[in-house]
Design a protein around this ligand. Structure first.
Ligand code: TYD
Length: 225
């Protein structure tokens, strides 16, 4: 944490397209990202925004190939191999889709996972450190960050309870041991400390409607700025 210089953090900025917004949702498995993204989509569409939801990794035909290369990998991947696959998918999605969509006024692009997933999963989960991850993102378009990121924070116990209810096969990351997931929580907390203006930590332990109200209120603040 301490080794990160303000000059490095200053490299990161939201895209400048007047009237359009870039948002992301973050959190460990079971944090409710997908549900809240759909709630926010409905909310914004009522306000007459065009809403585009994108997921990482994936979202482009090249990115979907990388997604299955990572998530279906039988062999453990080197942390750097993992990181650069995610970054390749991210750069492609930014260039091929996100920036083109944001250039159309009145658009909101919502990412289901972005930079903070890499900070949490590869930076802390895989021990590469936040500095390595941020250094790898310094070049355009990877240095673009959302206007606002919602970190839906839940405990490891809640995550495990919610995953039990889902009954599906675990993918590459879901199959990791609990101490990996505990590290992810620490990773997200670190990311929130590094980017206090951008990342809003939302208590994801509460009922869906309560979480949604918090998200809507913060989005309203952003829209009237
Ligand atoms: P996904 O099925 O989208 O997971 P979830 O439903 O939890 O969002 O799979 C994405 C997985 O990839 C997830 O376990 C998090 C991980 N991931 C990283 O490790 N680093 C990253 O930079 C990103 C974007 C995702």
């Amino acid at each position: 944490m301490h080794e990160i210089q303000p000059e490095l953090l200053a490299q990161f900025r939201p895209p400048a397209y007047p009237g359009s917004f870039f948002l992301s949702f973050e959190g460990i498995e079971g944090s409710g990202k997908s549900t809240q993204i759909l709630n926010l989509k409905n909310f914004l569409e009522k306000k007459m925004f065009r809403v585009i939801i994108l997921r990482e990794p994936g979202g482009t035909s090249f990115g979907e190939k990388l997604r299955s290369a990572i998530l279906n990998s039988a062999a453990p991947l080197h942390p750097l191999a993992e990181t650069f696959l995610f970054l390749a998918s991210r750069a492609q999605l930014l260039d091929e889709v996100t920036l083109k969509e944001l250039a159309i006024p009145n658009t909101v692009v919502i990412y289901d996972r972005y930079l903070d997933s890499t900070l949490a999963y590869q930076g802390v989960g895989r021990n590469l450190g936040a500095k390595t991850i941020l250094e790898a993102h310094k070049i355009f378009p990877l240095n673009l960050v959302p206007h606002l990121t919602f970190y839906l924070k839940i405990s490891l116990e809640t995550s495990l309870k919610r995953q039990e209810k889902r009954e599906r096969d675990k993918d590459y990351f879901e199959a990791q041991k609990n101490n990996f997931h505990q590290k992810l929580i620490e990773g997200y907390n670190q990311a929130a400390e590094l980017f206090p203006q951008r990342i809003a930590t939302v208590d994801g332990e509460r009922k869906e409607a309560e979480v949604a109200q918090d998200v809507f209120a913060m989005v309203n603040q952003l829209l009237i700025k």
